[in-house]
Ligand binder design. Structure first.
Ligand SMILES: NC(=O)c1c(N)nc(OC2CCCC2)nc1O[C@@H]1CCC[C@@H]1O
Length: 326
């Protein structure tokens, strides 16, 4: 095979494998059997070993680097990663709604989302290529964990359009992966993780990327850092853009016309929460229109246009049950 043909074949394989990975990990709709994916990946690895100059950062072979980092560099976020004010009951939610209506009137919608219980991260893409990923840190400065985030298969290493933007999301460990990891730790007489959030944070703060790669982490993206250079006019349009670009967003989100619909959504998920394959610790309620978000503004640390309804912690319920039983 001459260089030109090899080059074309490598690009085709890289594009094909990235597409298959997107179908499997983002759409959850694989179009080929795993064995075929593995065969194609092995073929690409062999070709890239033969022609190392053809290895590019967006090749699917570059997800798990061999390097062990010395430490994590500090990263300043282009726009702050805000935290959320909390609501614990219906009165708190109605209070939030009253303040929103005071500021923007009655003509607006909310978007309700599951509040994923993981580690908030920011992903930066330049011309569609994943260039940097960081923890939220204190909201202004986080840690560069790009190498570890690259190992999360649902994070695209190349977008479906060559956009430059920063997106935010919650990296998490699915419940099944958490149970398997803790069973393995118990077998090795190691200290198990207390919950999937700690396990996800601990995995992404590993200096050895092979450990992060072994932890079956996943992610849901929930926002755009700087929606300025997109033509999305609302949060829901922003999330649809993230879907088009190839990101994994949580499909349980719902547009609500008023606080009554929000309360109904929250009520529904109190029941359904235990059946989810990942932990959630509440529901995030956001005013949809970007213009109205601007009007509402923010405090030093959290937006006035969003609030988190917090569920009572599941562990507390378990402990209470144990007390009653004993
Ligand atoms: N954990 C989540 O699922 C989640 C979400 N679905 N949506 C947001 O929206 C941001 C945008 C502006 C303020 C919060 N934040 C989330 O989590 C954040 C990360 C840091 C504090 C909150 O937990």
């Amino acid at each position: 095979m001459d260089l030109k043909t090899a080059e074309a074949h490598v690009r085709d394989l890289q594009n094909l494998l990235n597409q298959y990975s997107y179908e499997y990990h983002v759409l959850d709709k694989p179009s080929i059997p795993d064995a075929e994916y593995d065969t194609l990946l092995r073929e690409l690895i062999e070709l890239e070993e033969k022609f190392p100059e053809m290895v590019t950062p967006d090749s699917p072979t570059q997800r798990v680097g061999g390097t062990i980092l010395e430490m994590f560099e500090k990263v300043e976020h282009t726009s702050p990663m805000l935290s959320l004010g909390n609501a614990f009951n219906e009165a708190d939610l109605r209070d939030f709604d009253r303040k929103v209506r005071q500021a923007v009137g009655d003509n607006f919608s909310y978007v309700c989302e599951l509040k994923i219980d993981g580690l908030a991260v920011s992903l930066r893409y330049e011309d569609g290529i994943f260039v940097r990923g960081a923890t939220r840190g204190d909201g202004t400065v986080g840690e560069d964990i790009t190498a570890n985030l690259r190992t999360i298969k649902s994070i695209p290493i190349r977008l479906r359009e060559p956009m430059t933007l920063e997106v935010r999301g919650e990296a998490f460990m699915p419940k099944k992966s958490f149970e398997a990891l803790n069973n393995a730790k118990l077998e090795r007489d190691e200290e198990p993780f207390a919950n999937p959030r700690n396990a996800a944070a601990g995995s992404l703060r590993q200096l050895d990327t092979r450990i992060a790669a072994s932890r079956n982490l996943d992610i849901f993206l929930y926002g755009i850092g700087d929606a300025g250079n997109t033509n999305a006019a609302s949060h829901s349009e922003g999330l649809d853009l993230l879907d088009r670009l190839g990101f994994k967003t949580n499909k349980e989100r719902k547009k609500c016309a008023n606080i009554e619909e929000v309360l109904e959504y929250v009520e529904g998920w109190v029941e359904k929460r235990p059946n989810l394959p990942y932990d959630i610790d509440g529901i995030v309620i956001k005013v949809d229109s970007y213009e109205q978000q601007e009007q509402l503004g923010r405090t030093a640390k959290s937006p006035r246009w969003a609030i988190a309804f917090k569920f009572p912690a599941e562990e507390v319920v378990t402990k209470l049950k144990n007390i009653e039983l004993s």
